[in-house]
Structures are given as C-alpha cells and as structure tokens.
Design a protein around this ligand. Structure first.
Ligand SMILES: Nc1ncnc2c1ncn2[C@@H]1O[C@H](COP(=O)(O)OP(=O)(O)OP(=O)(O)O)[C@@H](O)[C@H]1O
Length: 326
C-alpha cells in the first residue's frame, strides 16, 4: 500500500534567548492510505509541534530539517501560497476546541461552503447543497437548521461534527486530528471516534490521531507511535504495544490508562515531568524518570531497534538490531 505521509528524520528547533533548542529530533514515521496512526505522549512531548510542522504552521523563527512527504511531495519545500492551496484540500486538521477554529460571526453553511467554493470551484448554490450532504454525513440529522445556525448555537459535539465536515469536505489525503475528543463528554467522545473511523474508511484517508490517552488510541488506530521529549521511543501495531510494551515510558503510560473491563486497579502516574527544551538530560531523555536507569543510558541515547517485525523500541536492549522501516 502507498504511503500517503512520510516523515523522514524531522528536526525542529526553536530559538530561546538567542540559542536554538531542539523540540523534535530524528522523527520518522509513515501513514498509508486508509490507515490511522496514533501519536501519543504527555503534554510537552512534541505532538503539536509535529502536527504544526506537517501543516506548515510553525512560527517562521523555527528551524526545520528533514523531509515531510505528502503523496511524495516534500512539504518543507513549498511556498506559502502552495501550502495555502494544500491546506483544507489535500491536508486537513481538526482541533481539540472546535469553537476556536470556527468563525463566530459566520453561519455554518458559509464556513463549510467557503472551502468547497475555493478548493472545488463550486458555485454558492452547489456549495450549499454539498454542505447539507456533508452535515448529514457527519451525523447531524437536522442539517438545514445546523447550516443556518451560528457556532455558539450548537453544542460542543455538534461543533466538532461541523469541524469534521469541513475537514473532509475536499477528500483530503491526510487528516490530522489533534485531541479532537478531549473537550467532549464521554458518550459524545465515543460517537466522534466512531464517526472519524467511519469517514477514514469511507474516504480511504490517512489519519494522524494525536492524543495523550492510549485508551483512545486502542479504539481508533491500527498503529501507534509513543513520543517522549520530541523522539519516538516506541512504535508498533496497537496489539503489539498493548501486549508487549518494551519502553519504560510506554509501560508508564499504559499503567495510567483506566481499565474499561470493570476490574478495579490503582492508576499510577509516571513520577517527574517531561523536560523542557533547555533542560534536556544527556543520554536517554527518559532516564531521570526511569525506574531502572541503565548505566549506558547516562552517556548516549539508544537508536530505535527492532523488537519484532513492525515493532520498534528506543532502549539499549534493542538498539543494535536495526530498523526495517517505519
Ligand atoms: N514556539 C515555541 N518556542 C519555543 N518552544 C516551543 C515552541 N512551541 C513548542 N515549544 C516547546 O516544544 C516542546 C513540545 O511542545 P508541544 O506543544 O509540541 O507538546 P505537546 O506534546 O503537543 O503538548 P500538549 O499536549 O500540551 O499540546 C515543549 O517543550 C514546548 O514548550
């Protein structure tokens, strides 16, 4: 199957007090047609910087190296206007807070319709008809009432459905979903996950699903990349990561996921915190929080190595096994 998105050796640095500090390092992954990759990590691990780099929305002062290939085209080489054409068209994104992405003074039909007119060249009338279809597709039954409403007249779940309608309007190759259910209550979260799953299948989209919650990933993604301090520390199929987690950070994240099988157990949080960019430890970045710090981790950082086909981990145990591709 063809890779829709290939991120190769991405590095992002930000200037702080005149010096550059690295927020993303050695980041490589790919997503194929119809596939969802979950990108998981605590706050400050670099998930948003990754998505902003792909979307071409990083602050101009950021220094970006490596390659971000969408359908084989390196996005890091695009001009601003080429990026503007791509965004909302081949490349879409939905955010945690739909209200911050919707325009409060425009009716829903004008906001959804605008993308269709700009990117698909529809007339106003055609765009209105297509908008109604899209609103129905995302499960909004009273589509014509929703189309005439302003964002504040809709519930959070409805606003998120509208955002999803806008995001899939032009059949993107890649949809980035950044914590899209975090602000919603649990029942609505489940509905939105189901909707995204259905649309990804129907439209054969590749999806990058960003979250801090491994439990959510298990429900929507086929593969998962665990991120810590701007690096992928473990990567594999969801069943591999849940059955055989190998990196101490992944194990820590799994111990902090509430069980849904009803069995009660104590949730453990990982002691310590994600290092800030100016505070990165030498060697393994997780070492200060690790329950079993190995002496080797102090001096240098292990590369990703293969645990089993499709499953890679950044610990010394696997460091010299090589990686057959992500
Ligand atoms: N413009 C910037 N200038 C300097 N540092 C930045 C900038 N943007 C992000 N960072 C730093 O990069 C690191 C990664 O941040 P990022 O926002 O990607 O984390 P995250 O995993 O998405 O967290 P959250 O879940 O809270 O959004 C953090 O240490 C953050 O402080």
């Amino acid at each position: 199957m063809a890779a829709v998105l290939e991120v190769k050796d991405l590095k992002v640095e930000f200037p702080i007090d005149g010096e550059y500090y690295s927020a993303i390092e050695k980041l490589s992954f790919s997503i194929h047609t119809g596939e969802t990759l979950g990108l998981v990590g605590e706050s400050g691990c670099g998930k948003s910087v990754t998505s902003l780099a792909i979307m071409g929305l990083l602050h101009p002062s950021a220094r970006v190296r490596g390659q971000v290939l969408l359908d084989g085209r390196n996005l890091l080489k695009l001009t601003k206007s080429q990026f503007n054409t791509l965004r909302g068209n081949r490349l879409s994104m939905i955010f945690q807070e739909p209200m911050s992405a919707l325009n409060p003074v425009l009716r829903i039909k004008d906001q959804v319709g605008e993308g269709l007119m700009v990117h698909k060249g529809l007339t106003k009338r055609q765009a209105e008809r297509a908008t109604l279809d899209l609103l129905k597709q995302v499960g909004l039954k009273n589509a014509s009432d929703v189309a005439s409403a302003y964002p504040h007249q809709l519930s959070g779940g409805m606003q998120q459905r509208v955002m999803i309608a806008m995001a899939v309007a032009c059949n993107p190759s890649l949809l980035i979903a950044d914590e899209p259910t975090t602000a919603l209550d649990v029942t609505i979260q489940a509905q939105i996950l189901k909707l995204l799953q259905k649309l990804a299948e129907e439209h054969q989209m590749a999806m990058l699903f960003i979250t801090h919650n491994l439990g959510v990933v298990a429900r929507i993604a086929q593969r998962v990349a665990i991120m810590y301090a701007g690096r992928i520390v473990e990567h594999g199929f969801v069943r591999q990561i849940f059955k055989n987690p190998c990196h101490p950070y992944t194990i820590g994240l799994l111990n902090s996921v509430p069980r849904i099988d009803g069995e009660r157990h104590r949730l453990e949080s990982i002691p310590g915190h994600v290092p800030s960019l100016r505070d990165m430890p030498a060697g393994c970045k997780f070492r200060p929080r690790c329950a079993n710090p190995e002496c080797l981790c102090r001096d240098s950082e292990p590369d990703l190595g293969e645990v089993e086909p499709g499953h890679q981990c950044r610990t010394w145990q696997y460091a010299n096994t090589g990686v057959s591709g992500l």
